[in-house]
Structures are given as structure tokens and as C-alpha cells.
Design a protein around this ligand. Structure first.
Ligand SMILES: Nc1ncnc2c1ncn2[C@@H]1O[C@H](COP(=O)(O)OP(=O)(O)OP(=O)(O)O)[C@@H](O)[C@H]1O
Length: 230
């Protein structure tokens, strides 16, 4: 359902070309949870930006649900992103003066979903991420780990085909990091949600069943090692 085909990208700065991704190929099936691992400068952010349709690749293709996103117009892409792709960011990107529930509802506001239906879906997801008691608090009153749970609930509310998590535990302590990855593994299992977790930490990556590793813009390893519990 996410297919990366012969993907290459270069940046052109004043006559000089920097090749950042070289002929990347992999596919992520529906219901999979994978880690995209690489050290700083390996090309993770560039790959993520391409997969999320935020940039067009120099060559190659990104298919999500059999649709080549690099071929879409800006409008098509904006609409496709809203309904097919979820995001989780290192710094949560929540709106501090809205409540927890309002933050989670926001993507549905943009889709024109009615009040009552929005509220019900948001409350159900907040229950699922362990924030059933905090729905009417402001996000600024929550801990980092709780804020990341809100952002996870928000990423799921449109029932996307894939959720991209960009260093989702980068701002969290080790214990909270473990809890957040536990939650993503649980949501993968219970909802069948597909996650791509971008990280530079091997400790985080090895908790998923499959690790795709980038080095200097090249995919050096794509290992399905069975996961920690199997
Ligand atoms: N706009 C740009 N112009 C030129 N080079 C760029 C540009 N953006 C990124 N790069 C280069 O591309 C390479 C990969 O960068 P990228 O940000 O994708 O790596 P990363 O693995 O995400 O690193 P980090 O974990 O530090 O964010 C780096 O060498 C970087 O300097």
C-alpha cells in the first residue's frame, strides 16, 4: 500500500548537485509497522518529506494506495494528504489554546464532519490512547508524553492509510519513550494501523518487526527480524 520505486533525490544549489537519496526501493504493506532508521544526514527527513508529498522527487515514484502522489496537482495532493496520511511529529504540533478533544477533532473540522460525529470519534480515540479522563483539559496542561498521545489520536482520526511518525519520542525520557512506542505497537495490532516510524535511535527501531536502514542516501538494510516478542 506504500510503495517506493526507484526513488532518487538531489538538491541543486548554485550549480552544485547534492545527491541525497539514491534509487530507494521498498514497500510497506497495510497493517505493518516499520522503522526507518538512519543517522543524522542519512536522508530520513528528505525521504519522509517525499513520502508525505511535501516535495517532488528528482526521479522515481511514491505510491500510496496505488496512487502515484508525485503526479498529483497541489490541490489533489492537499486533499489526498488530509484523508490518506497521518502525521506524528517530534514536537507534537498541537494548538495550546484548544482542549485535548478539540485538537483531536481538528482534521475532521477541515473535512466538514458534523459536531456530534467529530466529538464521538475524538472521545473514542482519546479513550484508546489512555486520555479518557483528560479530554477537556488544555494541551498546555499535559506532560510531553500525554501531548504525544493527543497527537497520536489526532493522526488517527481520519482513518488514514499510513501514519508517518517523525522522531516521535525525540523529546521524551526513556520511560515515556517506551510507553509511546508500546502505544504505537498496540494501535498497530488493535486497529491494524500502518505506521512508519522515522528514528535515528536503534533502541526505538528494534522494537518494530522490520527495520529499513538508510546510510548516506542509500538503503543499506531492509530486515524483517521478527520483532522483540516473537
Ligand atoms: N535543501 C537542501 N539543499 C541541499 N542539501 C540538503 C537540503 N536539505 C538536506 N540536504 C542534505 O541532504 C542530506 C540528508 O539530509 P536529511 O535532512 O534528509 O537527513 P536526516 O537523516 O533527516 O538527518 P537529521 O536526522 O539530522 O534530520 C544532508 O547531507 C543534508 O545536508
Amino acid at each position: 500500500m506504500l510503495v517506493i520505486e526507484n526513488l532518487s533525490h538531489m538538491f541543486r544549489n548554485g550549480g552544485e548537485d547534492t545527491v541525497v537519496l539514491q534509487n530507494i526501493n521498498f514497500r510497506v504493506e497495510k497493517n505493518e509497522i516499520v522503522a526507518l532508521l538512519g543517522s543524522s544526514g542519512s536522508g530520513k527527513s528528505t525521504l519522509l518529506n517525499l513520502m508525505a508529498g511535501l516535495m517532488k522527487p528528482t526521479s522515481g515514484s511514491i505510491l500510496i494506495d496505488n496512487r502515484a502522489i508525485e503526479k498529483m496537482s497541489e490541490n489533489e495532493l492537499a486533499e489526498f494528504r488530509r484523508s490518506h496520511i497521518g502525521f506524528i511529529f517530534q514536537s507534537y504540533e498541537l494548538i495550546p489554546h484548544l482542549t485535548v478533544r478539540e485538537n483531536v477533532e481538528l482534521p475532521l473540522v477541515f473535512q466538514g464532519v458534523r459536531d456530534k460525529a467529530r466529538r464521538e470519534q475524538a472521545l473514542a480515540l482519546l479513550e484508546q490512547v489512555g486520555l479518557g479522563q483528560k479530554t477537556e483539559m488544555f494541551v498546555s496542561q499535559l506532560s510531553g508524553g500525554q501531548q504525544q498521545r493527543v497527537s497520536i489520536a489526532r493522526s488517527l482520526i481520519t482513518n488514514p492509510s499510513v501514519v508517518f511518525a517523525d522522531e516521535p519520542t525525540g523529546n521524551l525520557d526513556t520511560k515515556t519513550e517506551k510507553e509511546i512506542i508500546d502505544l504505537l505497537l498496540d494501535l498497530n495490532k488493535t486497529l491494524g494501523m500502518t505506521f512508519v516510524i522515522v528514528t535515528h535511535e536503534h533502541e526505538v527501531a528494534k522494537r518494530t518487526k522490520r527495520i529499513i536502514q538508510l546510510r548516506d542516501g542509500v538503503l543499506v538494510e531492509d530486515e524483517d527480524w521478527g520483532g522483540e516478542n516473537e
